[in-house]
Write a protein that binds this ligand. Sequence first.
Ligand code: SF4
Length: 194
Amino acid sequence: MKTLLHICCAPCSIACIDTLRQEGIEPVGFWYNPNIHPFTEYKMRKNTLVEYAKSIDLKLEIENEYGLRRFIEGVYPNFDNRCTFCYTLRFEETARYAAEHGFDQFTSTLFVSPYQNHALMREAAERAAEKYGVQYLHRDFSPRFREGQDRARELGLYMQKYCGCIFSEEDRYKKKPKKKKPEVDALQTAEKLV
Ligand code: SF4
């Protein structure tokens, strides 16, 4: 079966490609992640994947669209439901590409991440498959997530620090309030007592 593998980034692709190859499936990689922000991060993730694909002899197709405006328009005003739009955007383009280029089925490296909503992703992938008349190959790659990330570190691949969109980049900083140093707290407490 000719299989198109949507790839969100090189580190996440490691365990997925390995799993598929162990099953006897040789996937073709597909880069389409137009909402990664900022553009420098988009380029860094894409370039890392291009180099990694060469190193493991993986055929890679690239959709070079950068779509910040389209993404923002798509998620406005329900920013908290953005992931549904994001999954649909990426899987529909993957399914369309697969159908137009003679692939039988597609899947995605997003299914390796324990941080993604797998139920929502699966629904979006199945809808996209039906819309374009290709099969969606369901695989939960997440049991091998840590193994893949460890391997990426060993290989010295660029490791991103957030999911990808502008909102997840904001969350990266919002979720980590700076802690006061214990000695400062102690000093302030002592001052209050004086
Ligand atoms: S948090 Fe991740 S999955 Fe959700 S919209 Fe942003 S990039 Fe997409």
